[in-house]
Design a protein around this ligand. Structure first.
Ligand SMILES: *Cc1c(COP(=O)(O)O)cnc(C)c1O
Length: 435
């Protein structure tokens, strides 16, 4: 008799996973349940989700209040198309988000993932100028940027491993140095030069923290100077807050740390608290006005089947309620304090470089013997080292980072820090157990 295959084995037979070299990493861990910051696999083993499941989870897994609002909405109105029709959850979510977003944001455009949210902003920026008979076409982005995996989003992302097979199909984008404190002038000079030479439509940035680049952080003031320069030349600024939004950087949105506001903000990941796919692109009145016309050709002809899905909007409303409670504000503050304390402890560790923190995000680069790339086997070893100790961490190359759900307990966080210290105390990664 052959034994019944488990979920993981059945998966291997039929499923192709994202960001996964399938031949080299054939076995996906089957998760059956989540609660708070914990995920449980089919053997009952628990894992502290220290990366919020790809940076989406805010309040913990299977949060009862979000689950309740999902159930209620699903049994009232699960979905309706969003051209010509509307519904209360979408309207209320737009109203409530505009209350907490920078004041110049005035319209909300719905979609269902972060890549779409950035594509929509790029398309809106280009069409706004097109509608006004302006020839501005250049898009400027930051070196190392990541704005998603669809073609437009890829085009505005740094060229590299992920984009290589498609580079010839991506539209041209000008990349400028990241506005770190050290590079502030260099970054501003590069932008100023392009603004003078080319007809720039928009500058797109991940404000304060470039997630996929390995949680690389830059300077708020230097970024603010870029926003100002772009605006002085009549170009739009797109803030891709898909990862940084909803409290991750210490403020509700990363842009709250700047005096100059962007013209577009893209949100997704944490929008529903990490429960359902939903995204929004917000824009200013003046962007919206460029489409508000008697001329039919001036409309924005873009939409998705599940645009503004009511269940996702209901989840987002409850997640926002939770986010704005004093309890959650406290959770974020103590998480940031704990990170700062831990950062100090490991800052001078010989195996660590560039310990950095922005609000609830902590990152460090591990000095490795060789192979600092995304594809290195070292990365896999680090991943399995923590997994075997009940912690879900997913290093980017040799960058180890924490971006936990805000509900992570003090003890869970302590366990994660201790495991990182244990890991660092190994003289070399060569002797790490591979599971
Ligand atoms: C994850 C991410 C995206 C893409 O979002 P998806 O929902 O994965 O398509 C875009 N921009 C940033 C900054 C991200 O972190």
């Amino acid at each position: 008799m052959t034994p019944t295959p488990n979920i993981s084995q059945r998966d291997t037979a039929h499923i192709w996973h994202p960001y996964t070299p399938m031949k080299l990493r054939p076995n996906a861990l089957a998760i059956v349940r989540g609660e708070g910051a914990l995920l449980f696999d089919e053997q009952g083993q628990s894992y502290i989700d220290a990366v919020s499941s790809w940076w989406v989870n805010l309040h913990g897994h299977a949060h009862p209040a979000i689950a309740e609002s999902i159930y209620k909405q699903a049994s009232t109105l699960a979905h309706c198309m969003f051209a010509g029709l509307t519904h209360e959850p979408a309207v209320e979510l737009a109203e409530r988000l505009l209350e907490v977003l920078p004041r110049n944001m005035c319209k909300v455009f719905y979609s269902d993932n972060g890549s779409c949210a950035t594509e929509i902003a790029i398309k809106m920026a280009l069409q706004a100028f097109h509608n006004q008979q302006q020839t501005r076409r250049t898009i400027v982005a930051l070196e190392g940027s990541y704005h998603g995996d669809t073609f437009g989003a890829m085009a505005t992302s740094a060229r590299g491993l992920f984009t290589k097979p498609f580079n010839d199909k991506l539209f041209e984008v000008v990349f400028i140095p990241v506005p770190t404190r050290d590079n502030a002038q260099k970054s501003l000079d590069a932008l100023t030069q392009i603004l003078a030479q080319q007809e720039v439509a928009a500058l797109i940035v991940e404000p304060l923290v470039q997630g996929a680049a390995g949680m690389q952080m830059h300077d708020a003031q230097a970024l603010n100077a870029l926003f100002k320069a772009a605006h002085a030349h009549g170009a739009y600024v797109i803030a891709d807050e898909v990862m940084t939004g909803f409290g991750r950087t210490g403020t509700l949105f990363a842009c709250d740390q700047l005096s100059e506001s962007p013209d577009f903000i893209c949100l997704s990941k944490g929008l529903t608290g990490g429960t359902l796919p939903l995204a929004i692109t917000t824009c200013t009145q003046s962007v919206f006005d460029a489409f508000y016309s008697d001329d039919l050709t001036h409309a924005f002809y873009h939409g998705h089947s599940y645009t503004a899905n009511p269940i996702a909007c209901a989840a987002a409303l409850t997640s926002l309620d939770l986010l704005l409670t004093p309890e959650c504000e406290q959770q974020r503050a103590s998480l940031a304090r704990a990170h700062a304390h831990f950062a100090q402890r490991i800052d001078s560790h010989p195996r660590v470089e560039n310990v950095r923190q922005c609000g609830t995000i902590l990152a460090l680069t591990i000095r490795t013997v060789a192979g600092n790339t995304y594809l290195s086997s070292e990365r896999d070893r680090i991943y399995h080292y923590f997994l075997s100790r009940g912690i879900l961490l997913r290093p980017i190359g040799s960058v180890l980072y924490l971006i936990p759900p805000y509900c992570i307990t003090e003890n869970q966080l302590k366990h994660v820090y201790e495991c990182i210290l244990d890991f660092l105390h190994h003289d070399s990664t060569a002797d790490l157990a591979i599971v």
